[in-house]
Design a binder for this molecule. Sequence first.
Ligand SMILES: NC(=O)c1ccc[n+]([C@@H]2O[C@H](COP(=O)([O-])OP(=O)(O)OC[C@H]3O[C@@H](n4cnc5c(N)ncnc54)[C@H](O)[C@@H]3O)[C@@H](O)[C@H]2O)c1
Ligand SMILES: [Zn+2]
Length: 708
Amino acid sequence: MAKAASSVTAARRAAAPDQLTAREAKAEHAALAAEIAEHDVRYHQQDAPVISDAEYDALRRRLEALEALHPSLAGKEEVSVSVGAKPSEKFAKVRHRVPMLSLANVFADEEVRDFVERVRRFLAWPADRTLAFTAEPKIDGLSCSLRYEGGRLAVAATRGDGEEGEDVTANVRTIAEIPHVLDGAPEVLEVRGEVYMTKADFAAMNARQEAEGKPAFANPRNAAAGSLRQIDPRVTAARPLRFFAYAWGEWSEPLAETQSGVVRRFAEFGLPTNPLTRVCDDVEAMLAHYRAIEAQRASLPYDIDGVVYKVDDLGLQRRLGFVSRSPRWATAHKFPAEKATTRLVGIDIQVGRTGALTPVARLEPVTVGGVVVTNATLHNEDEIARKDIRIGDTVQVQRAGDVIPQVLGHVPEKRPADAEPYQFPHECPVCGSHAVREIDPKTGKADVVRRCTGGLVCPAQAVERLRHFASRNAFDIEGLGDRQIEAFYADGLIRAPQDIFTLAARDAAQGSPLKRREGYGETSVRNLFAAIEARRSVPLNRFLFALGIRHVGETTAKVLARHFGSLEALRAAVAEAAPPDYGQLTHVEGIGAVVAESICDFFAEPHNTQVVDALLEQVTLEPMEAVASESPVAGKTVVFTGSLERMTREEAKAMAERLGAKVAGSVSRKTHIVVAGPGAGSKLDAARALGVEVMDEDAWLKLVGEEA
Ligand SMILES: NC(=O)c1ccc[n+]([C@@H]2O[C@H](COP(=O)([O-])OP(=O)(O)OC[C@H]3O[C@@H](n4cnc5c(N)ncnc54)[C@H](O)[C@@H]3O)[C@@H](O)[C@H]2O)c1
Ligand SMILES: [Zn+2]
């Protein structure tokens, strides 16, 4: 098992920024800047981030905190002032005449109040005067600038590093939602907004990618970015991209005097604009709208990662201006992250009441969507293998609504050198019994679930199994219901089925404490003991059913009891059974490879055979229960001879047995019926000589009521 790798990064960031010496701060600042630059390239250029946005934002905040404490560091590294990443060499470059900026971001309501306060202070805005802000969803796509000249789409560019972007004009022309002509637009108009993909289109596209054996995209944002940034516009054309207009660059004349007014003009031009945009008169209205949008987030057809607030008045926006990479008049109020990365410190195997082994990830605590997560599901054995998740890995965790957090995958770059592939246990961690995966004989595929075979002794399954054991169609012990079993199990009085039969003796040996138990009395205890005594003798079929062998229900238990007649005979058949045909076991009518395999698994587990043997010391097995008396052949001995045409010999035998008849190989005085087909020879003669009733196959089927 892989050892826990110490997290250098976490240790380094453990110290508060103000605890660092100037030298330490400088070193960390440089290291942070390099790390951020790397993530910028992965995210913006390669559309393949390796950490969550929340983690990225944390790195940025740390960098900003260091710069605030040590002003000499500000502007030292490119990342503190630049936006995004340099345009890729694959594309022609477009220089933005008005830079495309980023947005400052905040998470807490308090920070939103601070932002509004800062803006008001900057403008020396009177306390009693309304200052309007727009509030709108922050679309999780990539920003794009559309330059219209003379009302025609001339150039489209990505943001790039904010100064220079990539020329994606041909690609943008394939986006149906983007008009090629704007009627009545000024001579020059740069419309800016977000290119995105809906969740549904993303899912459908990923399904197609997978069907074609191509890599899937991690999320709609990456899919949109990857689709827009294609060398071949025909590829872009095949991708379902959309657009929301919310900002602008250069324009030859202003469209309006307010943010909201410009967006209205965009809509009039036929540009898609977001319907959730509101003008808010104070911070309470902004926060209320934030919450309203957050509440709709899951049901919106596209991904959003927050709400953007902007000063509505364009004259005030101009006065406020910019700080390095973002406008002073706007901020993004981000939703708590729903995905995060953390370290997988271990994998716990939980055993369910039916014996299913479920892997659970134990995580270094991480906040996901505002909730601290320490456990997440890993689904099953195959999923762990498919994602190659190893203990010690840094993993991506996702929490969606109320569902259990799940591990999405690992970060290859962060794998400790000594991490080894995870070996899913083949033994039950609770009881040590074998845990197996059933093979579906039709498909040859293993069941996704591995199950503990120690049903009778496995504490994880015990209560469920004991209930089954005592239930009506099994041992049928009156007075030993679900509640009693749970209580006796909890007190250690009944842990395994055989304990039921020693309960009275143990109670007596200890001076009969049971009748003084809460809810019990002399009479109920006496009745319980009597009910248990009455079951010291039990029909084989009930016994087999009570064992709770997987796939062995009441009917199968009867079939087995009838066919084998005794537990010894069944165990002998099991001892000789081997895949793929499981010998004699599958010769029994109604028993296929799946049932045969689980019977074999059951008896192969020593824990189970111990229980069976212990039980046999307590109870006596009776033959199969009497069959339905209405069967006309019940108790009769039948001989089949000649060739049968409507069924195989095996089938005929099983059918007769199922109806309570005994099938013999030769005719004697004890024979009641001889069923003779064509070619019947000496047996038919013998039957005639002895005066035994003889009938053909059709008559037999009619007699047993199987006639079609
Ligand atoms: N995971 C990573 O490795 C990684 C790396 C780099 C950046 N990022 C993420 O990318 C983002 C930072 O990049 P950023 O500088 O583009 O900042 P940003 O995405 O936080 O904010 C600016 C962007 O928001 C977009 N936007 C969407 N809706 C908008 C609206 N209604 N009004 C205005 N703008 C809107 C615009 O494209 C704009 O460029 C963060 O979310 C960060 O976590 C992640
Ligand atoms: Zn077990």
